[in-house]
Write a protein that binds this ligand. Structure first.
Ligand code: HPA
Ligand SMILES: [Zn+2]
Length: 359
């Protein structure tokens, strides 16, 4: 507990209004049951669940794999550009309502191309929603295709090749899907090829996988951010390295509870990660499946982790802006606005922020 606390409703009001970035969000994970049924009806596809409520009740996961099985099945209703556009547009409206100024969203090209959906349909739909979000919501958006790590590196390299016509629409590449027994090093060549195209590199590591996979993501893939990364705390040398390098961790609290990475939100390591001086951020991961969007994650953490005061919340939101791959000029402006918002609420973060994530 520190000296900087507000009443709960005033804190939530501040956190909702304050500028923030979402850095770990799978767009396929924003497919709400209602939209899944609507798209199934649009295409005349049968679903294995009789109705929305039954589907929601199936969202009771034992681990990452049990979630992924349902998540890939759900994505089968996404067929045409219009479906991807509707999905992403619905998300951007929610993100804007949560005070996001920047969204760097993941998508899984192979989940769609392996079902015969042309990459052009995926890209056309996502690009249309992104253009609309920029125009109508003033959102800054980046798009990050992820390689599926349960598939081969050859398949990842083919995916990168197929994405080349859209190179200028992409911010970076990521790595997701089943972590256990799929170490990052298996994708070193695909990440090197992405780096050669000037793409940023991020990777899921240390969600279910051991700290060694985080080291591996840094050393073999040259990951600039680690998605999840919560298991780094098991390795003090890794913690020291992440702190010194300022490597951001895109932490997803409600996801970690739903996938049983942590038993309860009250036990989440978010406060420890901050206390260790790590560049932790809060993110939603797959909000339709895990119980909420970015503000739902933030709100749940304010209740379950009351040791997070204004100082810590400022740090979490500031980290998200600093760790984004947005242009410097935007990050500076957003961070200054964030500092002003917190100063008005009684916590003055001090001098104008510089651009290092751990500043
Ligand atoms: O949390 C996740 N972990 C790994 N792969 C994923 N694909 C969607 N969400 C996730
Ligand atoms: Zn994820």
């Amino acid at each position: 507990m520190n000296e900087h606390h507000l009443r709960a409703d005033a804190l939530l009001d501040l956190l909702r209004r304050a500028p923030k970035a979402e850095l770990h969000l799978h767009i396929e994970g924003t497919l709400e049951p209602e939209m899944m049924f609507a798209l199934a009806a649009r295409h005349g596809i049968p679903l294995p669940w009789p109705d929305v409520d039954t589907l929601r009740r199936a969202y009771d996961f034992q681990d990452l794999q049990s979630f992924l099985d349902l998540y890939y099945a759900g994505a089968s209703v996404l067929l045409q550009a219009r479906d991807f556009e509707d999905l992403a547009w619905a998300y951007f409206q929610r993100a804007r309502a949560d005070g996001c100024v920047r969204c760097e969203i993941f998508f899984d090209p192979q989940t769609h191309t392996d079902r015969g959906v042309p990459l052009a349909s995926v890209m056309q739909g996502l690009n249309a929603a992104i253009a609309r979000a920029r125009r109508e919501l003033g959102l800054s958006v980046g798009l990050i295709p992820c390689f599926l790590r349960h598939l081969s590196e050859e398949a990842a390299l083919d995916t990168l090749e197929a994405l080349k016509p859209w190179r200028d629409d992409l911010l970076g590449v990521g790595l997701d899907s089943s972590e256990r027994d799929h170490p990052p090093e298996q994708f070193a060549m695909a990440f090197a090829a992405a780096g050669a195209l000037g793409l940023h590199r991020v990777a899921h590591a240390g969600e279910e996988g051991p700290p060694a996979y985080i080291w591996d993501a840094l050393r073999s893939l040259h990951a600039e951010r680690v998605d999840h990364g919560v298991r780094c705390l098991e390795d003090p040398a890794l913690v020291a390295h992440l702190r010194e390098a300022g490597t951001p961790l895109t932490v997803c609290p409600l996801s970690n509870v739903k996938l049983r990475v942590v038993p309860r939100l009250e036990d989440h390591a978010l406060p420890q990660l901050l206390a260790e001086g790590l560049c932790a951020t809060v993110n939603a991961d797959d909000p339709a499946y895990f119980g909420g969007y970015l503000m739902d994650n933030i709100e749940a953490c304010t209740r379950a982790l009351p040791q997070l005061g204004l100082r810590e919340w400022h740090r979490l939101l500031d980290n998200s802006l600093a760790a984004s791959f947005a242009p410097d000029i935007d990050r500076i402006a957003w961070r200054a606005r964030l500092a002003r918002d917190f100063a008005a609420a009684g916590f003055d973060p001090g001098a104008a922020p510089d651009l290092s994530p751990d500043a």
